[in-house]
Ligand binder design. Structure first.
Ligand SMILES: NC(=O)c1ccc[n+]([C@@H]2O[C@H](COP(=O)([O-])OP(=O)(O)OC[C@H]3O[C@@H](n4cnc5c(N)ncnc54)[C@H](O)[C@@H]3O)[C@@H](O)[C@H]2O)c1
Length: 335
C-alpha cells in the first residue's frame, strides 16, 4: 500500500477529501500538512489514523507519495523538497511558475526514479476522455474545429495569493486555462500558431487577466478556441466543449454530465456521467497506478510542461502584438 500525504488543505484539497479515505487497493492516506495546523487537523479528524502537521517536513517518514495542493509559487520549492526526500509527487496544476523550475523538478524525479505527475484532472474526466477517443477514431470524420468555454465567477479576496501575477505565475490562462490548452494539444496534435487576448477589465482583483481568449491553429489544418473567465455573473455554456467534424458535431456539457452528437439536426447521447463532478479520484488512481507499475503518467512532467510552454509563447506574442509560433510544442514532440 502506497502511503499518501496531502500538503495544503485549502480549497481544492477539500474537493479531494471526498475520495481520500478510499484509495484501496493501491494506497492509503496517512498524513496531511498545512501551515495552518487547524486546517490540517480539521481534515484529519474526518479520517481515521491520519497524522496532521503544520510543517510538511514532519511527515517525510509517514509517506511514500504526496499530492501538493499549494499556492503556485510553492510548487517548485516544496516539490523539490519531497523529490529530494525520495517521495513521488502528484502536483496540482500548473507544474511550476517558470520553465527552469519545471525542468529541475522533472530532472530530479528522473534521477531519483520517482513518479512526477501534474494533476490535470480534466484529462481523466470520463467525458473528456471519451471525446478524445471519438476524435482519434474519426467517429464523425476529421475534426476541423474545437471550442472550449469555461465561464465561472472566481473572486480572489484581498491578500489572496491568486491575485498576484507573480505568485499565480500569470493570469487566468496560466492558472486555469492550462487544463484546456493541454486538452487541445491532446485532441488536435501539433500546434503551429496562436494568439491570446486577455483583460482584467471587470475582474480588477486580478493583477493579470481574469478573462482570456485563445485561438490556435494545428498542423492538421484544424483550429481551436478557448474562452475562460473568472468574471461570469451568469452563464449558459458554463463548461462546454464543441468539436466540429466532417459529418457533425460532438458536444460535452460538463454541468449536465452529457456527451452528445448532433448529426443532421438529430441529437444522440453518446455518454453520461455524474453532473458537475471533477472526477479527481480518477487522476489520483492513475498516479498511484503509475507509482506502482513505474509506468509513465499521461500528464507527466515533460508532457504537462508543453501546455505551459504554449501559454508562455502566447503571453510573449501578446506583449509584442504578434502571432505566436507554436511549432514543436505538441505532446508528441516530447521524448
Ligand atoms: N484542478 C482543479 O480544478 C483546481 C481547482 C482549484 C485549485 N487547484 C489548484 O490547487 C492548488 C491549491 O489551490 P487552492 O485553491 O486549494 O488554494 P488555497 O489557498 O485554498 O489552499 C492552499 C493551502 O496551502 C496552505 N499552505 C500555504 N503555504 C503552505 C506551506 N508552506 N506548507 C503547507 N501548507 C501551506 C494554505 O494554508 C492553504 O490551506 C493550486 O495549484 C491550484 O491551481 C486546482
Amino acid at each position: 500500500m502506497i502511503r499518501v500525504g496531502v500538503i495544503g488543505c485549502g480549497g481544492i484539497a477539500r474537493v479531494h477529501e471526498s475520495y481520500l479515505s478510499n484509495l484501496a487497493p493501491l494506497g492509503r492516506l496517512t498524513a496531511l500538512a498545512d501551515i495552518d495546523l487547524e486546517r490540517a487537523k480539521a481534515a484529519a479528524e474526518k479520517l481515521d489514523g491520519v497524522k496532521a502537521a503544520a510543517d510538511y517536513r514532519d511527515i517525510y517518514n509517514h509517506v511514500d507519495a504526496v499530492l501538493l495542493s499549494l499556492p503556485h509559487h510553492l510548487h517548485y520549492p516544496i516539490g523539490m523538497d519531497f523529490l529530494r526526500a525520495g517521495k513521488h509527487v502528484l502536483m496540482e496544476k500548473p507544474l511550476a511558475n517558470k520553465e527552469e523550475e519545471c525542468l529541475e523538478l522533472i530532472d530530479t524525479a528522473k534521477k531519483n526514479n520517482l513518479t512526477l505527475m501534474t494533476a490535470y484532472c480534466m484529462r481523466y474526466h470520463p467525458l473528456v476522455e471519451k471525446m478524445g477517443q471519438l476524435l482519434r477514431d474519426e467517429y464523425l470524420g476529421r475534426v476541423f474545429s474545437v471550442s472550449i468555454w469555461t465561464e465561472q465567477y472566481t473572486y480572489q479576496e484581498e491578500g489572496r495569493w491568486g491575485r498576484s501575477a507573480e505568485k499565480l505565475g500569470g493570469g487566468q490562462l496560466f492558472s486555469h486555462g492550462c487544463h484546456y490548452i493541454d486538452i487541445l494539444l491532446s485532441y488536435l496534435g501539433d500546434p503551429v500558431e496562436g494568439t491570446h487576448t486577455g483583460t482584467n477589465y471587470c475582474t480588477p482583483w486580478m493583477e493579470r487577466e481574469g478573462t482570456s481568449h485563445v485561438a490556435m491553429k494545428f498542423k492538421s489544418g484544424a483550429v481551436a478556441y478557448h474562452f475562460g473567465t473568472w468574471g461570469a455573473k451568469g452563464s449558459r455554456l458554463r463548461y462546454s466543449f464543441h468539436a466540429h467534424c466532417e459529418k457533425g458535431m460532438l458536444e460535452i456539457n460538463i454541468a449536465e454530465g452529457k456527451l452528445i452528437s448532433i448529426v443532421e439536426g438529430k441529437e444522440t447521447i453518446l455518454a453520461e456521467c455524474t453532473p458537475g463532478s471533477k472526477y479527481l479520484q480518477n487522476e489520483m488512481m492513475h498516479f498511484l497506478s503509475c507509482v506502482n507499475t513505474g509506468n509513465r503518467p499521461l500528464t507527466d512532467g515533460p508532457k504537462s510542461l508543453q501546455s505551459l510552454r504554449v501559454i508562455w509563447k502566447l503571453y510573449e506574442a501578446e506583449e509584442k502584438g504578434v502571432v505566436a509560433n507554436l511549432t514543436g510544442l505538441g505532446l508528441g514532440c516530447v521524448e
